[in-house]
Ligand binder design. Sequence first.
Ligand SMILES: C[S@@+](CC[C@H](N)C(=O)[O-])C[C@H]1O[C@@H](n2cnc3c(N)ncnc32)[C@H](O)[C@@H]1O
Length: 203
Amino acid sequence: MSALEPNASRQELARLEAAVDQRGSAGARGLDGGYVGSNLAVVDRALARIRDEDLARGPLFCEWGSGLGGVCAVAALNGFSPLGIEIQAELVDSARSLALDLDLPMSFAHGTFLLPGDEDLATGTDHTRLSFDGLAWDALDLAPGDCDVVFAYPWPGEEACVDRVFARHASDGALLVTFHDWDYLLVQRKDSGETELASLGWM
Ligand SMILES: C[S@@+](CC[C@H](N)C(=O)[O-])C[C@H]1O[C@@H](n2cnc3c(N)ncnc32)[C@H](O)[C@@H]1O
C-alpha cells in the first residue's frame, strides 16, 4: 500500500467509539438478537500493523456484516478505502449516518455477502443470515475478487464458514481479517495454488 495516513489518534478513536456506542444503545432494542461489535481499539491496533508492515496488497477493504460501521470507520482512519455489506437495514442506515457525521469516506450496501452457489459453504451457522444473492455487491459495484482486505466478526462456531466463503471468492494475495471473542484478530492470506489459507498470525 502507499500514501496512507497515520493510524487513528486517541482523540479520533475516542470520538468514533462514542458515536458508535451512542448508535448501539439507541438502536439495540430494535435489532435482531441485540448487537455485538468488535473492540475498535483492537481493530485499530491490527489495521495499523497491517498497514505499517505493508501486509495488504492494496487499500480496498470490505467488511462482511458491517453492523454500525465502526470497523469501516477505523479502516478509513487507517487509510483504507472501506465498503460494508450488512443484512440489517437499520444498521446500514446507522452506518451511513456515522459516515456523514464523522465525514469519513466509506459506503455501505444493504444485503448479504453470500453469493448464489454458496449454499454448500454456509452450513452449521446460527447467526449468519442465509440468503444468497449478489445485490449488495452490485450496489457497491464490487466483486469479491476486487477486495484487498476482507473483515468479518464471525460468531463462535461460524469461523469455518467465513473462511470457506473467503477461500472460494477472494483473489490471490487478499487478506481475511477476523475478530474473535478474546479481543484478537486473526489475519490470513489467500495464496496462489493453495487450498488452505496462510496464517499471518494473531494481532
Ligand atoms: C457480530 S456482528 C459484527 C459487526 C461488525 N462487523 C463489527 O465487527 O463490529 C455481525 C454482523 O453481521 C451481520 N450479518 C449476519 N449475516 C450476514 C450476511 N449474510 N450478510 C451480511 N451481513 C450479515 C449481522 O446483521 C451483524 O450486524
